[in-house]
Design a protein around this ligand. Structure first.
Ligand SMILES: [Zn+2]
Length: 279
């Protein structure tokens, strides 16, 4: 689900510098399956971007994933699995609702069908990340070898704090926190301090830059945003567009503006995702 609309002034000019290295987009909404995927591919191709992979989500826009509708979620998950079967570069993400009694069973089922990513969104799915059922679910995801892609746009009060606490209690689960906390990205500088505490911080946290990078680039807070990326660890940062709310080209244009080295940008564009997703 796209986050709140953001007003920004896109940089004008050529986009010929968008493809110095390939790109893995770890955050793409595909609510209409093949139709959405083809529209996304056409958009990426029109910008001359070399796409080597994407992680696709079926919910968002017209499709929600609320509690009490497990059959609907199952249908959505199966649709994404079927779509990915015809597209080797597509990493399909499933979702469940932590409050559904069947959540862990559905997670186990889709893991058996090849799903490696679980997407959760406290705001649109209307759950509290501090609820014990969420901890149970993300621990199960870790046991099944699934990565949990968690919305972290900072919409709900205490969003980043709750997710940090959750991750500390589920040290065997790998998380990607989408949007890097939104405009509360400053919180995540705490990781630079947490690493100095013996055995506190598990080596499990990743972040995607989607949406937030578009607002930060060219803004008064750009330098602080770059400082944050280095504090969370450049090896922990992934490129995501959150398409269709943002195009991949606009996201890459924003990343390109940041005062990072070419090597750092390359790792964010594809290197870290290749390692994480085994591609
Ligand atoms: Zn999204």
């Amino acid at each position: 689900m796209p986050i709140l609309a953001i007003v920004s002034s896109p940089r004008t000019g050529a986009i010929s510098d968008l493809s110095p290295t390939p790109v893995f987009d770890c955050h793409v909404h595909l609510p209409d399956g093949e139709t959405s995927l083809q529209a996304y591919r056409a958009d990426v191709a029109s910008s001359g971007i070399e796409l080597i992979g994407l992680c696709g989500l079926w919910f968002g826009g017209p499709h929600q994933a609320l509690a009490g509708e497990p059959a609907q979620l199952r249908t959505g998950n199966d649709g994404m699995i079927t779509l990915a079967a015809g597209h080797p570069d597509l990493v399909p993400a499933a979702t469940v609702h932590p409050y559904d009694a069947s959540a862990t069973d559905e997670l186990t089922r889709v893991a058996g069908r090849g799903i490696t990513v679980l997407k959760l969104h406290p705001h649109t799915q209307r759950f509290d990340a501090a609820d014990p059922r969420v901890l149970t679910l993300v621990r199960a995801a870790g046991e099944l070898g699934l990565t949990v892609l968690f919305d972290n746009a900072g919409i709900l009060p205490g969003d980043s704090e709750r997710l940090f606490n959750l991750a500390l209690q589920a040290p065997k689960t790998i998380f990607i926190f989408a949007h890097l906390g939104g405009l509360n990205f400053r919180f995540w500088n705490v990781l630079a301090l947490a690493r100095t505490a013996d055995d506190l911080l598990p080596d499990t946290l990743y972040f995607d830059l989607s949406a937030t990078v578009v607002l930060a680039a060219g803004s008064p807070i750009e330098a602080e945003f770059v400082w944050t990326l280095r504090n969370v660890g450049i090896d922990r940062v992934l490129l995501g567009s959150d398409h269709p709310q943002f195009t991949l080209a606009r996201t890459l244009e924003a990343l390109d503006r940041l005062d990072l080295t070419a090597e750092e940008k390359s790792r964010i564009r594809h290197g870290n995702a290749r390692r994480l997703f085994g591609r």
